[in-house]
Design a protein around this ligand. Sequence first.
Ligand code: PMP
Length: 370
Amino acid sequence: MREKQYLMIPGPTPIPPAVTAAMTRPVIGHRSEEFARLHQEIEEKIKKVFQTGNDVFILTNSGTGGLETAIANTVSPGDRVLALITGNFGERFAAIAKAYGKAVDLAVVADRLAGGADYKVVLATQNETSTGVLNDIAGIGALVAKTNALLLVDGVSGVGGAEIKTDEWNVDILVTASQKALMLPPGLAMVSVSEKAWGVIEKNPSPRFYFSLPAAKKSFAKWNTAYTPNVTLFMGLNAALDLMLAEGLENVYARHLLLARAARAAMKALGLRLLAEESYASPTVTAVYAPGGTGADELRKILKNEYGVTFAGGQGILKGKIFRIAHMGFAGKLDILIAVGALEMALAKAGCPVELGAGVRKAQETFLEK
Ligand code: PMP
């Protein structure tokens, strides 16, 4: 039974069988009609997920490569950057170009933007994976749109699980990656670019090669890519987008919200403390403090070794203090019951007081109420 594993980390996430099947097709040449058709098909579908009329570039690199692409093409030495940090990934986004468990405070952003500094870009994280916090991108976008600054958004663990309206919310560059809510293995980043952003990119003197958006744009005009793409992942992406569109994007987002609601209700029923407040809780990942008497990593070890369930741990200052349950992408109601049921047993094994079934019952009730 070693192969019976329950991967519940915020990426990589489980892959639907239809996506795995699509990726077993023979590899094709990327300078072929067949690839161009595939690329064009993907583009039509991914624009719906991004809710954008602008081009979405599909780049063969991980999410960080997408974030570096966004920054390398817009920022040059000496430019001022306003980085809105709500956790480890916001920190990383800022580090490429410095309140854990809190969402971005719009009043602070408005204040900074009004402070007279001419910011070139503002960096924000849609869904802060390290804390399970969803930021108000619409609110941030409305503030940044009034300035000359570009809004660059890390949507790596949000896009596909939490709705984002790229154009309506004034997001200039949105970055996401394949291995999270898009239900694919790691290896692709998707990057949309607004007209306002192109104005800055074209004037940016900094050197770029692999991460060059102008190079990507030139090839894109012929449904090609600047460098050899991961054609297998492109096939998988097409299949994953088909699944999402067949379910209906509204239903996909509602499913994620319901799973998050059930996970949170179950944790509360077990007397556990949640990291993020309800008003800005992530629909794709739930962060929970370990109870007194045990460490989060001890619980995670029991979950993995005894039950084959993998939760993520805490990062940075939260290391050892929290565990994180992902309900992202190819995740359904029964996944939550497995996660909560296994957690109850792990708590009992770790010697923590726990009423077996209390969390599972609460999750079941949440699903039945719906
Ligand atoms: N940003 C966020 C919000 C993330 O969750 C992650 C991955 N966990 C990254 C960036 C980095 O992406 P990658 O590991 O694909 O480079």
